[in-house]
Design a protein around this ligand. Structure first.
Ligand SMILES: [Zn+2]
Ligand SMILES: [Zn+2]
Length: 273
């Protein structure tokens, strides 16, 4: 990479329900890859707030990040964050998460969709048995939920826009034309620009040789005046730290982006690429 300073704003650790990676291992992998800043953004799936203690793991991650910064701070800065999903479904729990810790960054995500019969986390849904009509209905709800999240939740980075395609297209190989949701996507891009929320390029899965969101959406965002981009590997294992960042930066430069962002103390900073 031309520039040595790169930030990975989306990673998970053993404090997430779907990872066993220690923050230290993630940090060592980031250092090996030359990444100088990364954020630990463990899941806070508000969806589960009535069933589990979603708060203690986030606190533990925060304490761990603090301790590890003392050990590795000269090589790599670890930012403490959280990935909140479905926060707007449970405003009280969401408010509690916000007040819990002085995060560097808050990521806003949609992992479940209020679409009748398809309400489980979409990562776990079997889309092979879902009709095309229902898929459209599901995606319609997905984009609507994202718009609601943008209207009601306070956060810094919009994560993995169009993520269900990872499963619908990537896992189940279904043919879906998302151009019918063009207006919704444009509305989402307009809202994040108005609210100064950064758009994440999620590099964890490559769907149809592209990132999430894809190049076409990134181009639209740029054309509309959007300039706040973060890179997120969404790594759940150490070896995926900053995965595919070189390719993502190449695409961003081709579109015209001059920098990427990171958040510290919830303040925006830019790094030229
Ligand atoms: Zn996510
Ligand atoms: Zn994530």
């Amino acid at each position: 990479m031309d520039n040595a300073l790169i930030a990975d704003m989306h990673t998970h650790s053993e404090y997430s329900h779907d990872s066993v990676c220690t923050i230290e291992d993630m940090c060592l992998s980031q250092i090996e890859k030359g990444t100088k800043i990364f954020a630990v953004t463990d899941h806070c799936d508000v969806f589960y707030s009535n069933d589990f203690d979603i708060y203690t793991p986030i606190k533990n991650a925060y304490d761990n990040v603090k301790a590890l910064n003392k050990k590795y701070g000269d090589k790599c800065i670890i930012l403490s964050g959280v990935e909140i999903s479905e926060g707007f479904w449970y405003p009280k729990a969401c408010e509690k998460i916000h007040g819990l810790l002085p995060y560097d960054v808050i990521i806003g995500s949609v992992h479940c969709v209020k679409c009748k019969g398809l309400e489980d986390p979409y990562a776990k849904l079997d889309f092979s048995k879902v009709s095309k009509e229902r898929l459209h209905e599901f995606l319609d709800c997905y984009f609507n939920d994202m718009i609601t999240m943008l209207e009601y939740m306070n956060f810094d980075i919009l994560a993995h826009l169009t993520c269900p395609l990872r499963y619908i297209i990537g896992k189940y190989g279904l043919n879906i034309d998302i151009s019918i949701f063009k207006d919704r996507i444009l509305n989402i891009l307009k809202l994040i620009i108005e609210k100064n929320i950064a758009l994440e390029v999620n590099t964890s899965y490559i769907v149809l040789n592209d990132f999430i969101p894809n190049k076409e959406i990134l181009k639209k965002y740029y054309k509309m005046g959007g300039r706040l981009i973060t890179l997120g590997s969404d790594a759940h294992i150490a070896q995926n730290a900053s995965a595919n960042f070189e390719a993502a930066i190449k695409v961003l430069k081709e579109i015209g982006f001059k920098d990427i962002c990171y958040f510290k103390n919830r303040k925006l900073n830019k790094i030229s690429i």
